[in-house]
Design a protein around this ligand. Structure first.
Ligand SMILES: *Cc1c(COP(=O)(O)O)cnc(C)c1O
Length: 370
């Protein structure tokens, strides 16, 4: 049973949940990276291994989102992201496993090898991919697609917000905090002082902060912002957290209402660089260091930037002997065999440029890419 339900049995019948992944995800000590940066007690939470075909942080969210879809008897789901969106891909893969069709409304982003791979994999999975040039186009495009599907099947697709950060999705990370507490209790790691995690649509951080408080852990979450400030800031993070808190306490009165002032947030803004999905030198150094020292693959859009922050702050605090946990939100399953030979020409025209243009200069993997 899910750790959250074990602690709050009242939530179990009220929150439909579809098991999609492998949980708990392992916790591992990073001896060699820790030694290099002066952290004697550095750990990683391997959410990259959360799913068999595709891991990463979206699997936890989708277990609750697709639970809700099943409850609503939805046949199709529609979601949003940038062209290389891990969320859109994870949704396509797991929706298909659950018997749902998925529709992805995608926006432009900086080019990289993973954008090509994610697009091909999404297409291969059977997702309906739409390219939109800007926000205006995405809004109109969505209304049009919703109307079209309604006309064809008599029902609107269920709409999921970007990053899967709906109330239901975020509960996946409330549960993750209870999962971590079990691992602390079992002696797999000491109670962390700091948990570093990338901050995108904020669902991961909001769920973790709420869950840790409810679980009575004193660990501080350090969210490292990797999207534009207009999407992620202290006020919005606090609002998201309070919304999920009110929802859970409403379903089960024994779920605590926590105080979460906006000033409490530890968001780090200095690792974002110039744009979303534009890799930074510090981020790519962090990616290279993790690969070289621990053999774990990260990437430049989210996890590299978060790890760069962890490294810099740990080196600055040398000698403090804190327990530091890096929450790995990226997928590490290699799905390239599944897209070998796939032809990008079959994708909608707007996506072709990701295959025809160069990738950004800091993308190290581009030579190996399709
Ligand atoms: C989506 C994503 C995140 C961000 O999580 P949010 O809940 O949107 O803040 C972090 N890392 C990776 C690899 C992601 O795909």
């Amino acid at each position: 049973m899910l750790p959250l339900f074990q602690n709050y049995p009242g939530l179990k019948e009220k929150l439909p949940h579809v098991p999609l992944g492998n949980f708990p995800t392992p916790v591992q000590k990073l001896e060699r990276l820790g030694e290099k940066i002066g952290a004697g007690r550095l750990y990683i939470k391997r959410d990259d291994l959360s799913g068999e075909i595709y891991g990463g942080n979206k699997v936890r969210k989708l277990e609750f989102i697709l639970g809700q879809a099943r409850e609503k008897r939805a046949a199709e789901i529609l979601t949003f992201g940038f062209a290389g969106s891990n969320h859109a891909l994870a949704t396509a893969i797991y929706a298909k496993e659950t018997g749902l069709r998925s529709i992805s409304m995608l926006l432009p982003q900086a080019n990289a090898g993973y954008v090509r791979r994610n697009l091909l994999m999404g297409f291969q999975t059977g997702a309906e991919l739409h390219y939109h040039r800007n926000y205006f186009a995405v809004i109109w495009g969505t209304l049009l697609v919703l109307a079209k599907h309604r006309f064809r099947s008599g029902r609107f697709p269920m709409v999921i917000p970007p990053g899967g950060s709906s109330t239901r999705g975020i509960i996946g990370f409330v549960n993750a905090a209870f999962e971590l507490r079990e691992q602390v209790k079992a002696g797999q790691l000491p109670e962390p002082d700091r948990i570093y995690v990338a901050l995108g649509t904020m669902g991961t951080a909001a769920g973790l902060i709420l869950g840790l408080r409810a679980a009575g852990l004193k660990s501080r979450v350090i969210p490292v912002r990797v999207v534009d400030r207009k999407y992620a800031d202290a006020g919005n993070l606090a609002r998201l957290l309070r919304r999920v808190n009110a929802f859970l306490s409403g379903l089960d009165r024994s779920f605590p209402r926590i105080e979460y002032p906006e000033t409490d947030t530890m968001i780090r803004h200095d690792y974002f660089g110039d744009d979303y999905a534009l890799f930074t030198p510090a981020g790519m150094e962090a990616v290279a260091l993790m690969e070289e020292r621990e053999g774990i693959k990260l990437e430049g859009t989210y996890t590299g930037k978060a790890l760069a922050c962890l490294i810099e702050e740990t080196e600055r605090n040398r000698g403090r002997d804190q327990v530091i946990l890096f929450w790995n939100t990226y997928n590490s399953r290699d799905f390239t065999p599944l897209i070998r030979g796939a032809d990008y020409h079959r994708l909608p025209r707007g996506f072709h440029r990701y295959f025809e243009d160069e990738v950004q200069p800091l993308d190290p993997g581009y030579k190996k890419d399709i």
